[in-house]
Design a binder for this molecule. Sequence first.
Ligand SMILES: [Zn+2]
Ligand SMILES: [Zn+2]
Length: 589
Amino acid sequence: MATKANQEKEKRLETMRHSTSHVMAEAVLSMFPDAKFGIGPAIENGFYYDFDLPRPLSPDDLPVIESKMQAIIASDIPFIRKEVTREEAKQVFAAQPYKLELIDELSDEKVSLYRQGSFLDMCRGPHVKSSGEIKTFKLLNIAGAYWHGDEHRPMLQRIYGVAFDTDEALAEHLKRLEEAAKRDHRKLGRELDLFSIQDEFGPGLVLWHPKGAVIRRVIEDFWKEEHFKRGYDLVYTPHIARMDLWRTSGHLEFYKDYLYSPMDIEGQNYILKPMNCLGHIAIYKTKIRSYRDLPLRYAELGTVYRYERSGVLHGLSRVRGFTQDDAHIFCRPDQLEDEVVGVLDLALFMIDTFGFQNYQLLLSTRPDKYAGTVEIWEEATETLRRALERSGREYEIDPGEGVFYGPKIDIKFESALGKAWQGPTIQVDFNLPPRFDVNYIGEDGKEHSVVMVHRTVLGSMERFLATLLEHYGGAFPVWLAPVQARIIPVADRHLDYACQVEAELKNEGIRADVDARAERMNPKIRQAQLEKIPYMLVVGDKEVETKTISIRQRSGEQVAAQPLEQFKETVKSAIARRAIDAEGFGKPD
Ligand SMILES: [Zn+2]
Ligand SMILES: [Zn+2]
């Protein structure tokens, strides 16, 4: 809860964190008298500062900088504020090209400067009174950062740090970071051989390896099955379309920065689709639709391409090409509430099935710039609110955060580090139907504009895999695991039986393989453990003789030898139930 005391504490921490960045800059200046300074803001839990230095920093530099910072803090140096004119500021920072640029961007006539010790910075503040007020901090890492986030500008060196009130809070945070690093989907994706993103192939473009593709197929099959059950029709639409369509839709105007350059085909400009909406509208418009035909729900696992700067790309969660689990609902105004309830129900069912517990529902309302009239906004926002009430779940209002074309409901997941990830979204659209004349014939025999809803219930396949990987730390529940059972023959003479078991399991739709390497048993178990395979089936003399298997679970628990039939039934049931935690066998007594 954001109480007043909490807000004050956050403000105080922010001031301390930002002041720590000045202290770090002073320490760096003492090491590199010719250092050029970028910016050094406070961020969540800490701060950074961007430097232009004569040599690249290495992790070994961090403890040196830290100890210089400790000395500055120990001497309790005051932060002194001074106001000067822009001209004076330009003279003061004559040797600091980045600061000069910042001064030129300022609109104020007066510029405030802060000095502590030998370091002088241009800054709005506020700051702590003196460096002794900085309680505890740690420098984390060094990263490259383009000046102004622009890849055409120089690459600066950014040092990240965290700062807290107490040593305990710092220790707790570092522990969480360590846990998050273990769960980082980029690291797990590499270790589990799920996907790769290769610079030579193209940044932000995801290659799904066989094991990642298995997980994706399981998710997609489940997704399609649920959509059929809930009255959706599956469609497919092309990856490119004439550019004129995107002019009519308003994308060229509102969305220009995300679009790739057009390609010329027989004198006509085409672009890669940034969204699937227009294909679905085109299908809708192939017939005259009557009020009795509605609602129509078109679903597509549609791959879209959006330009993102290379600096903001991040593993699977920020990419340049991704597959949305998209759908568009075309309905009458009087059907909107039930449709939104239906989507919410589906989204929450998905979230529960995949085992997420920490998420937040948000209702985003009208922003400053919007399409349509205030009246239709109010009405649709009310409809979304009623749908949320009917879902019985708690939600919060995100004022002014709707997209320009309509209000929306967002579901955000919380990651291991407490960071919010965009999950399902349900958006009402007042913009496209009139632009494309997406109409239906009403009971009155006249044409009316449909209500259009854009929605995804997982987000995108890429981001969803990232979220799943971090949520489960790579140990997927049985129904999602790329390999569900690994058969481990104790010696070569057990290999025939192992292959027989594999064939029988595969025959039942269980994803099994055999570790046939000429290795001893323990390294094979270790390997399966590294791959986080739910079941290891060990077969030796006894198992061959009695036609059984001995089970070792990923958790390390052993299950006594049992007939293969029994194991098959247990696993099939866990898969059918989409069990999220149990591996099918209870804990031993
Ligand atoms: Zn400052
Ligand atoms: Zn759409």
